[in-house]
Ligand binder design. Sequence first.
Ligand code: XMP
Length: 524
Amino acid sequence: TVVILDFGSQTTQLIARRVREAGVYCEIHPCTLPAEEVAAMEPSGLILSGGPMSVYDEDSPQLDPSLLDLRQPGTGEKVPVLGICYGLQALAHALGGGVEPSARREFGRSPIVSHEENDLFRGVPEGSVVWMSHGDHLTRLPDGFRAVAATDNAPIAAVAAEPDSEHGKVYGVQFHPEVVHTEHGATILRNFVREVCGLRGDWTTGSFIDEKAEEIRAQVGDDHVILGLSGGVDSSVAAALLHKAIGDQLTCVFVDNGLLRAGEFEQVQTTFRDGFDIDLRAVDASDLFLGRLAGVADPEEKRRIIGRTFIEVFEQETEAVTAELGHKPRFLAQGTLYPDVIESVSFKGPSATIKTHHNVGGLPEKLGFELVEPFRELFKDEVREVGRQLGVPDAIIRRHPFPGPGLAVRILGPVDREKADLLRQADTIWLDELETSGTYDDVWQAFAVLLPVQSVGVMGDYRTYEQAVCLRAVTSTDGMTADWAKLPYEVLGRASNRIINEVRGINRVAYDVSSKPPATIEWE
Ligand code: XMP
């Protein structure tokens, strides 16, 4: 294991991703974790992340010097350390080096003008660009250290402990190797874990599946697990993994709230019941949901009604399962991902931006289950890879995110079945056109929105007065910020033509060119 101590940087998660990509398992922990607890994890390497503060700020996090004296379990050698930006400054500060505010914040790309060929920089060419983002910088090296790279603005862009010093293998970089703007950043992090820490790099999603399945069997024993399947990537892959681990000790509940995309209710059943032979309870509760939503226009009220109704339906299904089994299932499985976990443990609150939405699948504690969360250590792309290996169909793996309240937040104003059907037809054509033009995978999310207005059109000799839809497609990496997708006009044109010609009741199509912020991805 490599332990990454988070000093509050926005990019700490990216460090973890680069390390995982190098085939090495790692975990992020807050920098406030006591040194004994870090030692108990027996790390083979330690990475200190960047952070927003100055080491001289009053309550800035400091580095416990005893972390620099940890020993590797196998070799008994000192655990190698890499400090990144603030992590380097905290390291230098702890060892008696000098850190001072820069005259101006250094921010952006700068080429490395000289660097030493060492284990950390192996394969990194001279002149390669690194990404700087810092206010303070190192002015004096701690004893036993030397500068090993420089840029025009930073004579100390990277440091290393002298090989014969007492420090062991300690490195620091003033720039951010984890971001893509640092050309050979992935190489540097890979070098650290493979060359410096001497790790083999054999952590793969394949080994994850076997180990996790074993772990699930040990946790669950003879008991039963219930899982709320939404048809999205996370819960689908969780279902496949749990089924592999515990077979018919798993029951999945899939609820049709009347607000799913076209064909989804059937597709999920075909995939999981027929394909995987999973015990699946598919519940058509659309009348209940749509009945309660009748006449409700306020978006947050719609969300509340859908959330509450979902819990109710889920509880009923749990009771039915309990009656069949003769006892209540002890466990609830959830597809919680690593970014959600880090947000809740990170130093001084979330290092990533705060999520405002919870999946409808997030069931309250009062239901009294113990949790099984097999993906707590994984990133989304790793879950996708696990899904592929487990044979989850590509259509599900590649699927765009879909909000828990479904089409309810894409039908502006009150929702009913007729409107949902109308929107489903337009949405299907839009997604179909993205698929055929090969652009579906280039966007983060795409969907149609049913507008609560009618407009005049002319079809043949007739005047029409029908509804309008707005098409939305955005690019994003995490849904927190998003850009409207600059799709080719031909794709927009074809989708518009088809929707107006094929969907009776819609005579106008618009394309949304707003980014987030200040707009949001969904319209409600
Ligand atoms: P916004 O519209 O806030 O959406 O830019 C960001 C991401 O969150 C999804 N979203 C939701 N997901 N329940 C969910 O499970 C919700 O109530 C909800 N509202 C928005 C949205 O689809 C996008 O991916």
